[in-house]
Every structure is written in structure tokens, then in C-alpha cells.
Design a protein around this ligand. Structure first.
Ligand code: NAI
Ligand code: MG
Length: 376
């Protein structure tokens, strides 16, 4: 059990929260006997300072050799005028690893999350969906035309690009028993590429995931329903690059704190129950992926021990689930985080960082999570 990971802590709070998340990985190793070989390297501003580039060829090559990349966050005002910019390192890693499926969970398992949300508790309580965004195609790629009076971004998808992201959605849905429902989100009423998207997603599900309930959903109406009736989408939402970008940011807004949201970017479908993963499979029997919090490097609070480590810790749980098939351990970590978010320590103080309205620091929050993980 276990495997090889490349750790790229990045800049500012990146290294602070990555160090705490890796302590949770130490506990998993002790408890299970699994071993994770960890290589550390630079990306973003730290790499610019040392090598004059946001990521080196050596690091890009290493990303392709390991079972998973554990990423912090990159960037900061001190590299504001650097060429290339520090954030470009991550884009180049995405491209090299071909991690085309970006998973962003949105969940309100814990009461303190419900309390933080800008949406009414009665509406938000019990929300638990994951958006899977196609991340290597569509309107953000292809030949762009930029003239003084005309601009054009071709919003195009090939069959193979649609099939592979549909397979990720099906496989993720199949990780639960009974399988989670899936919504395919598009604008098939007005866009030709959406009609092709819809037809091919249905073909894949009929053939390969007949047990999964697949429904179609228009993107604009989903944007509204996320605010008015988000629990109606508990399950998996699969969509293209543009809609996924917008809808995943909207779902982030529902939670009311950036410090809590993890993400995974996968190079293929994870193993469904009783199956082996196909495309993008790694040596550990899982799927190659990159795991990082949704938030950035938070230069405004870095170096002060104030950052919330939860998003990074939950990204670690996603890594164990998808890249190492360690479902039980992933659930234990998620459970521990939930307990800490809902707990009151001795003396009646909640262990919460500033972004959650508390007074705890990174270390305290992390130690509380570690203690809970040990207990489970
Ligand atoms: P940000 O997410 O770093 O910060 C936005 C606000 O949220 C700040 O007030 C920050 O203090 C707070 N925040 C973020 N994470 C937090 C945490 N874990 N605990 C407590 N508070 C937290 O976004 P911003 O300020 O727009 O970007 C800062 C830098 O990060 C920029 O250089 C940006 O390009 C980069 N960035 C990098 C990303 C990546 O590496 N994937 C993603 C987003 C931004
Ligand atoms: Mg965005």
C-alpha cells in the first residue's frame, strides 16, 4: 500500500498548510503500514527565484512519473511583474499531466459550515455534490482570433474529450453503493457543441454505466437552482470547461469560506467498485492526479500561522481516495475535519481559524484534526 508522491508546496501559505497536511499523512502511514515516498520540489515564485522559471523541465518530468502530485498554492505580489508569472507553473503541470477532469466537492456535512454559508440554513443544510469540470478543452483552448473589431474563441469538443470526462463522472458515481446520480450540464437548447456533448455523454452512460441515473440540466437554470434548491443536485455534476469554471466558483461561494475547499484534477477515471481504473492509471492501482486547495497563496496572512489547513487536509483525503484507492482512510480524515469544525475545546472555545470567525492558528487547528484522526 502507498506509493510515490511529488510535493510542491509553492509560495506563502502553501508550505504552511502542506506541512500540516503531511502530518496527517504520517498518521495514516503509522495506522495502516502504507508508505508514501515523498519528493519535494519547487513551483511558482519559489521556482522563479531559484531557476528563473515558474516550473522546471525536471519537475514536469517528475510529475509524470509519480502516482500523485500534492500541490499547495503558487503566486504572490512580489512576482507581479515576473515573466513568466508564478501561476503559469501550475498550468504547465496540468498540460503535461493531462489532468482533464477537475473535481470540486461542495458539502455541508458540518453544522459550522451551514452557519457560515451566506445562504439560509434551511436551504443549504445537507448539500453534498461534486462538480466535475472538463479542464483541457472547450472555449479556453484552440485557435483564438483577436482583431480590433472582431473576437472569436472556438468552443469545440471532440468525441474523445467528451467520452473521457463522462467516464470519470460515471466511475466517481459508481464509487458509492447505490451509485450517485449524475447531471450532465450544457446549453443544448442553443449550442451545437452542447448537443453533441449531451448525445455522447448519454452514449457513454448507456453503454458503460447502465446502473447510474443520468439527467440533463441546462447551465443557466442550474446557476439559479444552486441558490434556491442546491440539495436537489446531491451527487455528481459533469460539465464543460466554461460552465464548470463559473458553476464551481458559484458553489465555492455557497460555503462562505475559501479555507475549506479541496480539489482534485485527474488524468482518467478512478477505479469504480470491483473495477480497475483505465486511462491515467498509476502504479499504485489508482489514477494519476494533482490535489490542491481551491484557495490561493493568501499573501495577506502568510508567515503568521493564521492559515486554515482544512482545504489542504481535505485535498490529501481526495488523494488517498482517487490515487491510492484508500477510501476508508479518506473518509476517516473527512470525519475528523467535520468533528473539529463542530467541536468546542475545553473551556468552551471552538478550534477555528480566523476565516471561520475563530481565534485558533494553523497549528492548533491542525493538531485538533490530527488528534481526531488518531482517535478514529
Ligand atoms: P487567495 O485565495 O490567496 O486569498 C483570498 C482571501 O482568502 C485572502 O483574504 C486570504 O487571506 C483568504 N484565504 C485564502 N486561503 C485561506 C486559508 N487557507 N485560510 C484562511 N484564509 C484564507 O486569493 P488571492 O488573494 O486572489 O490570490 C493570492 C495569490 O494566490 C495570487 O498570487 C494568486 O494568483 C494566487 N492563486 C494561486 C492559486 C493556485 O495556486 N492554484 C489559486 C488562486 C490564486
Ligand atoms: Mg475560476
Amino acid at each position: 500500500k502507498g506509493g510515490k508522491i511529488l510535493v510542491l508546496p509553492g509560495d506563502h501559505i502553501g508550505p504552511e498548510v502542506v506541512a500540516e497536511a503531511l502530518k496527517v499523512l504520517d498518521i495514516v502511514e503509522e495506522a495502516t503500514g502504507a508508505r508514501f515516498e515523498r519528493d519535494f520540489d519547487l513551483c511558482g515564485g519559489a521556482s522563479l527565484d531559484k531557476h528563473g522559471d515558474s516550473v522546471t523541465e525536471a519537475v514536469l518530468t517528475r510529475c509524470q512519473q509519480v502516482d500523485a502530485v500534492f500541490f499547495g498554492s503558487a503566486g504572490g505580489p512580489e512576482w507581479g511583474h515576473s515573466q513568466p508569472n508564478p501561476e503559469s507553473g501550475l498550468l504547465r503541470i496540468r498540460d503535461r499531466m493531462q489532468i482533464f477532469a477537475n473535481l470540486r466537492p461542495c458539502f455541508f456535512a458540518s453544522q459550522s459550515l451551514v452557519d457560515r454559508s451566506p445562504i439560509k440554513p434551511g436551504i443549504i443544510k445537507g448539500v453534498n455534490f461534486t462538480i466535475i469540470r472538463e479542464n483541457c478543452g472547450g472555449a479556453y483552448f484552440g485557435k483564438k482570433i483577436e482583431e480590433s473589431d472582431y473576437g472569436c474563441d472556438p468552443w469545440a469538443y471532440e468525441r474523445s474529450e467528451i467520452e473521457r470526462v463522462a467516464r470519470v463522472a460515471g466511475a466517481v458515481a459508481m464509487q458509492q453503493e447505490p451509485p450517485m446520480p449524475v447531471w450532465s450540464v450544457d446549453k443544448a437548447n442553443v449550442l451545437a457543441n452542447s448537443r453533441v456533448w449531451r448525445r455522447i455523454v448519454h452514449e457513454v452512460f448507456e453503454k458503460e454505466f447502465p446502473k447510474v441515473k443520468l439527467q440533463d440540466q441546462l447551465a443557466d437554470s442550474l446557476a439559479m437552482l444552486f441558490i434556491t434548491k442546491p440539495t436537489a443536485f446531491n451527487g455528481i455534476i459533469v460539465t464543460d470547461n466554461t460552465f464548470g469554471d463559473i458553476l464551481s466558483d458559484e458553489s465555492g461561494g455557497l460555503t462562505g469560506s475559501l479555507g475549506l475547499l479541496p480539489s482534485a484534477s485527474l488524468a482518467g477515471p478512478p477505479a469504480a467498485r470491483g473495477q480497475q481504473p483505465g486511462l491515467g492509471r498509476n502504479n499504485a492501482g489508482g489514477v494519476t492526479g494533482l490535489y490542491e486547495p481551491v484557495h490561493g497563496s493568501a499573501p495577506d496572512i502568510s508567515g503568521k500561522g493564521l492559515a486554515n489547513p482544512v482545504a489542504q487536509v481535505l485535498s490529501l483525503a481526495m488523494m488517498l481516495r482517487y490515487s491510492f484507492n484508500m477510501h476508508h482512510e479518506a473518509e476517516m480524515i473527512e470525519e475528523a475535519v467535520k468533528k473539529v469544525l463542530d467541536s468546542k475545546a475545553d473551556g468552551g472555545l471552538e478550534v477555528r481559524t480566523g476565516d471561520l470567525g475563530g481565534k485558533a492558528g494553523t497549528r492548533e487547528m491542525s493538531e485538533a484534526i490530527q488528534a481526531e484522526v488518531r482517535r478514529l
